[in-house]
Design a protein around this ligand. Sequence first.
Ligand code: FES
Length: 148
Amino acid sequence: MSFNVNLDTLYRQVIMDHYKNPRNKGVLNDSIVVDMNNPTCGDRIRLTMKIEDEKVTDAKFEGEGCSISMASASMMTQAIKGKDIETALKMSQIFSDMMLGKEYDDSIDLGDIEALQGVAKFPARIKCATLSWKALEKGASAEDNGKS
Ligand code: FES
């Protein structure tokens, strides 16, 4: 018998697991709040996060959207929690490069996020996958502006 693990199948299972069992679903009080929507479909996400001493101490999301957008938000919040904001933004850049099919910096372990790399082959879905990351970038810049 052959146990030829199909990476696409494995990745699909990781995506569906995050979609059906989202990590960090909900809303944080006393936090940065960012609302983003995907203009091509109208789906939306609300990201709430706390940044203390340049570190993302907590992050949650809620919203409505396709499996890719919701799974990506779940993976994103899981990935950035506990990271310093600089690293979180670097991950966002890496993810963006991955979605654009560019060479990307692999010095940071992306964990489950790697499961989304196949989305790069479907340009119409890239906005779904990057929605939560755009929210992160907007939230981080709001935090920056609040300081100055
Ligand atoms: Fe709307 Fe994916 S189809 S976010």
